[in-house]
Design a protein around this ligand. Structure first.
Ligand code: PMT
Length: 210
């Protein structure tokens, strides 16, 4: 099976020395890529700026912005079969500055002037392959995960409450629930991200039945 996994944050530059981003370290996505490769799948890992080592047997493409991440995912899936799978674990910036200045902006010129435009939604844009997404919420992630599952055409959304201790950004553990389009919810206990990754890859392997 071919897995294309997105991981890490994106950076949306305001000027050459400043950007909008988030605290994603890539640990969750890299664990998924590592586990899929370990189980013999063909894995492309599209990574935002992170400082993790590439898992063995994984083809890695480094990107910075959401638009670069979308282009890399589309390129990795250019000759995709419907059985290929996109696992979108990256924390993609939902907005970017309307423009990026060529030189460092002066502070006094910036008060109240940053205009944001919407970034493309990678998970929603990609079509013709199986899709597994995440939902990162501060609080109960299940209702939003169910909505995202339907809106983005995913066969499963991995919901995590990133405000919960030991979960979400930068941690080595996570507590997730698998939310499916039929409304079913499978809650997993707090476990290592490597164990969460194993459960995700196995769920994907079970295919149409997940
Ligand atoms: O990297 P770590 O430090 O290990 O942290 C892991 C994590 C918290 C980043 C991970 O577990 C997680 O929750 N990833 C998804 C973060 C996110 O952006 O969630 P969201 O609810 O905003 O987005 C929903 C889904 O759409 C996600 O699959 C996301 O990758 C995708 N998306 C969102 C916006 C966008 N422009 N394009 C997308 O593809």
């Amino acid at each position: 099976m071919r897995f294309v996994v997105t991981a890490g944050p994106t950076r949306e530059y305001i000027d050459p020395v400043r950007f909008l981003s988030n605290p994603s370290t890539g640990k969750m996505g890299f664990a998924i890529a590592r586990e899929a490769a370990r189980r013999g799948h063909d894995v492309v890992l599209v990574a935002g700026p992170v400082s993790l080592k590439t898992p063995s047997g994984v083809r890695r493409v480094d990107v910075s912005s959401a638009r670069e991440m979308l282009a890399a995912v589309e390129s990795a899936l250019a000759d995709a079969k419907p059985s290929d799978v996109l696992v979108a674990s990256a924390a993609v910036a939902d907005w970017r500055p309307a423009g990026c200045a060529k030189s460092k902006l002066k502070k006094r010129k910036m008060d109240g002037v940053l205009r944001l435009v919407r970034n493309p939604d990678i998970l929603r844009t990609v079509k013709g392959v199986r899709k597994v997404g995440f939902a990162a919420e501060t609080g109960d992630a299940i209702p939003e995960a169910a909505r995202k599952c339907r809106a983005k055409g995913a066969e499963m959304i991995v919901a995590n409450d990133v405000a919960e201790k030991g979960c979400g950004f930068g941690t080595d553990t996570n507590r997730v629930a698998f939310v499916r389009p039929d409304g079913s919810v499978e809650r997993l206990p707090l476990m290592a991200k490597s164990a969460v990754a194993r459960r995700i890859v196995r769920a994907v392997e079970r295919g149409a039945k997940i």
